[in-house]
Write a protein that binds this ligand. Structure first.
Ligand SMILES: [Ca+2]
Ligand SMILES: [Ca+2]
Length: 156
């Protein structure tokens, strides 16, 4: 679009006419234009999608995916929240833990424990003591297993 500012020769062109601002609003100036970029974009012509992942917003091993004026974190299984900074309580949901008996939650994980008489094996399994020998003396009874020897004294 041509504008005439009183001279017989048009001296002013609307530089916005060609739509130079890709993701933003154009303001026409004398022999120039300026772009006011939409949120999430910058660059002379608002052509650049700002990388919101550059600041490493995802914590605890989460993976960042850049969006438009936002980022998305994909958290590891033990963390949740927008920036993966909230612990998952794996003990609240048995799908999230593999504890045979008891579960204790902590930040970034959980622990399995077994009831008395059981030993924790791989993958949260609780196995009964493998008793090899029960030894009775006049003073004590000892339960001997591969993992331990537990004696109880008889005082009577
Ligand atoms: Ca972005
Ligand atoms: Ca946890």
């Amino acid at each position: 679009m041509l504008r005439n500012y009183g001279n017989s020769v048009p001296d002013y062109i609307d530089e916005c006419a060609s739509g130079p601002c890709i993701y933003g609003e154009c303001t026409d100036l004398v022999n120039a234009y300026t772009c006011n970029c939409s949120a999430g974009y910058n660059g002379t012509n608002c052509e650049l999608n700002i990388n919101e992942c550059l600041s490493d917003p995802c914590m605890n091993g989460g993976t960042c995916t850049d969006g438009i004026d936002k980022f998305t974190c994909t958290c590891t299984s033990n963390w949740t929240g927008l920036t993966c900074n909230e612990d998952v309580n794996e003990c609240e949901n048995e799908i999230l833990n593999n504890c045979d008996h008891n579960c204790t939650n902590h930040d970034g994980g959980y622990e399995c424990q077994c009831r008395e008489g059981y030993e924790l094996e791989d993958e949260g399994k609780c196995c009964e003591y493998d008793v090899i020998l029960i030894l009775r003396t006049p003073y004590a009874t000892c339960v001997i297993s591969q993992l331990s020897t537990i004696c109880s004294r008889d005082c009577s």
